[in-house]
Ligand binder design. Structure first.
Ligand code: GLY
Length: 337
């Protein structure tokens, strides 16, 4: 199932992208941490460089990134250009133009980017600019700062040559109006469909970069910012070790500083697959975790070009382009009940 189908199906069933309907209906708590860990299938692969991986089913985006890498371009350009494909895709309602708005009808974007030197740039609560990832890159390269927010980020983007535009499409406006019929001010996780596009690449020189971009939770409270623009939570790159990017319910990723955790676990010797799994277990094994109500997924790559992905629930996938093959790989997941 691709991510759009999953969004559609989830919306139809009243469940969010955060968790499939069949998973919500499971009453029995998954209490099989050890068993689940033991049955995990490793999805590592040795690398032939360059390679690119991305969250969800985004073959057009990974193809764009790989084109740059194969032409001798660097990983930073590859991840930026790859993410821009999804930002411009108005049919995708979780990223860039066409993203679902907050509960007041405003489309607000979060994005960040990180290069092989550990430089990073980020924008939060950015409005009216489609290519948030490119604004984040400008913040990294043209300012003394790491993060710009809201109106300041927008004014910086405009002064850097980005054209302001209305990001709320008819489809997203209609979906928002439908949501408003029964909207409650308190977030209701099961109707907040969302996913983030995160991309990691290694270029032919063996250097890593990463980026991620999102419109965040649909119908979020005004001013809400998730994990995606927060360096260490939504994304982390350490050119000596590896990189990780997250998707899913940002609040849960933020609470565990997920992407930094995955990279640090790889530093300690874990494979990308093992590191993603342990980071997910940190979330689901919290006392009173309500993990059945939300999704989190990680993808990671290490310096050797081994990759991994893992999620709480089924239907998370990674797109991987390596050795001439651009493929969607279903992620292993925790909640097998
Ligand atoms: N992971 C995207 C968000 O929660 O906003």
């Amino acid at each position: 199932m691709n991510r759009r189908k999953f969004i559609k199906n989830s919306a139809l069933t009243g469940a969010g992208l955060a968790v499939g309907n069949s998973l919500i209906s499971c009453e029995e708590k998954a209490s099989k941490t050890n068993e689940t860990s033991a049955t995990i299938t490793e999805s590592n692969s040795k690398a032939n460089l360059p390679l690119v991986i991305a969250t969800w089913h985004v073959k057009e985006a990974t193809a764009k990134a790989m084109g740059i890498l194969q032409a001798g371009g660097n990983a930073l350009d590859a991840v930026e250009q790859g993410c821009r494909i999804e930002e411009a895709n108005e049919k995708g309602q979780s990223v860039g133009k066409g993203g679902l708005p907050d509960r007041d009808g405003n489309v607000t974007l979060d994005a960040c980017i990180m290069d092989k030197h550990g430089n990073c740039g980020s924008v939060v609560y950015l409005q009216n600019i489609t290519h948030a990832v490119s604004v984040a890159r400008k913040v990294m390269e043209d300012t003394p700062h790491v993060m710009l927010a809201g109106e300041g980020a927008k004014q910086f983007a405009i002064s850097s040559g980005f054209e302001p535009e209305d990001l709320l499409t008819e489809a997203s406006k209609n979906a928002w109006k439908k949501w408003k019929v029964e909207a409650k001010y308190k977030p209701i996780i099961n109707i907040e469909n969302h996913d983030t596009i995160g991309m990691l690449a290694i270029d032919k020189n063996g250097d890593l970069s990463g980026a991620c971009t999102t419109s965040g939770l649909a119908y979020k409270m005004g001013g809400r910012v998730g994990d995606s623009p927060i360096i260490g939570s939504g994304l982390f790159v350490d050119n000596e070790i590896g990189a990780c990017v997250a998707t899913g319910l940002g609040e849960e990723v933020l609470k565990t500083v997920g992407s930094f955790l995955v990279v640090e676990l790889m530093r300690q010797g874990k494979s990308p697959q093992q590191a993603c799994e342990e980071a997910i277990l940190r979330i689901v094994n919290k006392p009173n975790s309500n993990f059945k109500d939300f999704q989190v997924g990680y993808i990671a790559v290490n310096k050797q070009g081994e990759t991994g992905s893992y999620a709480i629930h089924q239907w998370f996938s990674m797109t991987k382009f390596q050795d001439g093959v651009n493929e969607q790989i279903q992620s292993n997941f925790y909640n097998k009940v």
